[in-house]
Design a protein around this ligand. Structure first.
Ligand SMILES: Nc1ncnc2c1ncn2[C@@H]1O[C@H](COP(=O)(O)OP(=O)(O)OP(=O)(O)O)[C@@H](O)[C@H]1O
Ligand SMILES: [Mg+2]
Length: 243
């Protein structure tokens, strides 16, 4: 039987009974205590939960930046093994997942265009093709006039959109975003949500976003709430459907 979250059989992401405990000397922090859910291709899922609930921990596991103690993660047919240095898992990170962090980590010594070209260069694109593809994505999100600027010469909202461009430029099947609007004002937050929504609708991107912010969560097609190391459905959603 499928569980209460009604897992679609063709999930791009299948998470089963994920557990993670941090060990700090003698002190154990049991952060994830059996997380299970699945995400269908093209879904935009928001993960909510209070500070310390384990949202970033979960996102890091989904992107194979860290490994669980137990449980199973399958992304786009690939099972992420516990060995995150595994060659297949490294290829997964390179080709299958785009990250957007709250602190966008743009490379300061590279231009906006070069920052967005980077993931393509890592994938083996030549400079000309990478430049073309990166410029196209930047134009699409309204940054065509900022290609040759350096990160220090653009605003926080613009930087965050560059981070989106960098995450989506290689057309990964899965986009993971951790508090992506945390340091934006309301105008830039709306703009960011608009960009993400448009890309998601047009490119059928699957987006998982961790957020405290109601506005961003409400833009998602589904919301999952983390509490006490588990996923619980927000009470309000038990009656009112998404969309
Ligand atoms: N590397 C680590 N070593 C030890 N404990 C950690 C580590 N990373 C996170 N934790 C602990 O795990 C818990 C969950 O942290 P996590 O960063 O996943 O929370 P979060 O839900 O993302 O919170 P926030 O909303 O504040 O970003 C916290 O209590 C944190 O202190
Ligand atoms: Mg966090």
């Amino acid at each position: 039987m499928s569980d209460m979250h009604n897992a679609p059989p063709t999930g791009i992401l299948e998470v089963t009974d994920l557990c993670k405990t941090y060990r700090d000397g003698e002190v154990l922090a049991e952060v994830l205590k059996g997380i299970s859910f699945s995400v269908a291709p093209g879904e935009f899922v928001a993960i909510q939960g209070s500070s310390g609930a384990g949202k970033s921990t979960l996102l890091n596991l989904l992107g194979a930046l860290d490994k669980p103690d137990s449980g199973r993660i399958v992304v786009d047919g690939l099972e992420l093994t516990a060995d995150i240095k595994n060659e297949r898992v490294e290829r997964f990170r390179r080709d299958k997942v785009g990250f957007i962090f709250q602190n966008h980590y743009l490379m300061q010594e590279f231009t906006v265009l070069e920052n967005v070209m980077l993931p393509l260069r890592v994938q083996g694109y030549n400079t000309t093709d990478a430049k073309q593809k990166a410029a196209r994505v930047l134009e699409r999100i309204g940054l065509g006039h900022r290609l040759q600027h350096f990160p220090s010469q653009i605003s926080g909202g613009e930087s965050q959109r560059v981070a989106v461009a960098r995450a989506v430029v290689k057309n990964p099947p899965l986009i993971l975003a951790d508090e992506p609007t945390g340091n934006l004002d309301s105008e830039n937050r709306e703009r960011f949500i608009g960009v993400l929504n448009a890309l998601q609708a047009e490119d059928k991107l699957t987006v998982i976003v961790v957020t405290h912010e109601a506005e961003l969560a409400m833009a998602a097609s589904r919301r999952l709430l983390m509490k006490d190391g588990k996923i619980v459905l927000p009470a309000a959603e038990a009656h009112a459907g998404p969309n």
